[in-house]
Ligand binder design. Structure first.
Ligand code: ACO
Length: 329
């Protein structure tokens, strides 16, 4: 009997808007302070779209880098998957928009919406297509541009988010490497903790929806905070247990970058050392589904991650969704 294929990430790329918005800039927009934002979130600045920059534009740039590093041509790609909750348009998908720019016409293309957990959902979907033998090379992009749907008058949310895109190429890898195990979860009964009320088919844009600021993110921050710490710890433990590993076996944890206090609280409960936990939130804020692939790309560029390293990725987000994956690099 043929054994299961091993599936892994073989290259990465990222793209960030040029515009930086610092905490000091935000002091001029809402009643806040650099001190409050740094102490309560760990964020110092974030990248924000400028006119002309788009989700698909960032996705395309990140994708081109990942493809080049994987030594693949666009025609080699079987599937383009973009994890995003902030596509350029309701339809067509951002994946189709970048397919056209790439000339990757042998690929199927679709978007996947799982909030900030989108990248991990995408990783697991891609794994299935490769394991069955249906596909060989998959381009997965985690891209979110939340700045156009953030209420820049709401200090509870506008200080938290940034825009960006991270891309990876996923394919078969050597045995005993790549994705070892993953677990995905969701609880739709908590959808009301983080959502954008209007702009979909339930409440299409009208003068009233605009006046009532219904096209912006609404969030119950403290509830999500408590939820996030619990599920990040539980799901990380679950994937480690499934592989008979312990937190101390991890070379790196790549957590979703939503708030440094969430990351610290979860890391403490997992008894991880600070050097095991990769953090870049200070420079980018919460980039939703782009956060994990951008941390991964930076850690690889800095030479932190080495072949054979054991890496856990864990995330939570709108839905609510959450999940974790364990990889041997
Ligand atoms: N500047 C100054 N004061 C502020 C700010 C700000 N930017 N934002 C909130 N405050 C105030 C509040 O109004 C409140 O004042 P009050 O006591 O007078 O009412 C006070 O600070 C404390 O507010 P809390 O909500 O208790 O602050 P908390 O410590 O919980 O931090 C935060 C708020 C940062 C939002 C935190 O709850 C958090 O990070 N939650 C998780 C959010 C998250 O991860 N969301 C993304 C999910 S992932 C995805 O799918 C996109």
């Amino acid at each position: 009997m043929q054994s299961e294929k091993a599936v892994g990430i073989v290259s990465t790329g990222k793209a960030l808007p040029v515009g930086r918005l610092t905490n000091f800039d935000l002091e001029h927009l809402v009643e806040t302070s650099d001190k409050w934002i740094r102490e309560r979130t760990g964020i110092e600045e974030r990248r924000i779209l400028s006119p002309g920059e788009t989700n698909s534009g960032l996705s395309l740039t990140a994708a081109k880098i990942a493809l080049e590093r994987a030594c693949l041509k666009p025609r080699d790609i079987d599937l383009i998957l973009v994890a995003t909750v902030t596509p350029d348009m309701i339809f067509p998908s951002t994946a189709c928009l970048i397919q056209s720019e790439l000339n990757a016409f042998n690929a199927a293309a679709f978007d996947l919406a799982a909030g900030c957990t989108g990248f991990l959902y995408g990783l697991c979907v891609a794994e299935q297509f490769i394991k069955t033998g249906a596909m060989k090379n998959i381009l997965l992009v985690g891209a979110d541009t939340l700045s156009p749907v953030i209420d820049w008058q709401d200090r509870n949310t506008c200080v938290l988010f940034g825009d960006g895109a991270g891309a990876v190429v996923i394919r078969e890898v050597e045995r005993d490497r790549g994705l070892l195990v993953s677990k995905l979860f969701s609880d739709g009964s908590k959808a009301g903790l983080l959502y954008v009320p209007a702009g979909g088919s339930r409440a299409p844009a009208t003068f009233r929806t605009v006046e009532e600021r219904m096209h912006y993110v609404k969030m119950n921050g403290p509830e999500i905070f408590k939820f996030a710490v619990t599920v990040m710890v539980d799901s990380t433990k679950k994937i480690l247990d499934l592989c008979d590993k312990k937190p101390e076996d991890l070379d790196f944890l790549i957590p979703h970058q939503a708030n440094v206090r969430i990351i610290k609280a979860a890391s403490k409960r997992l008894r991880l050392k600070p050097e095991q936990v990769l953090v870049n939130i200070q420079r980018y804020g919460n980039m939703s589904s782009a956060s994990i692939p951008v941390v991964l790309d930076e850690a690889l560029e800095e030479g932190k991650i080495k072949t054979g390293d054991l890496i856990a990725m864990v995330s939570f987000g709108a839905g609510l969704t959450w999940g974790a994956a364990l990889l041997k690099w």
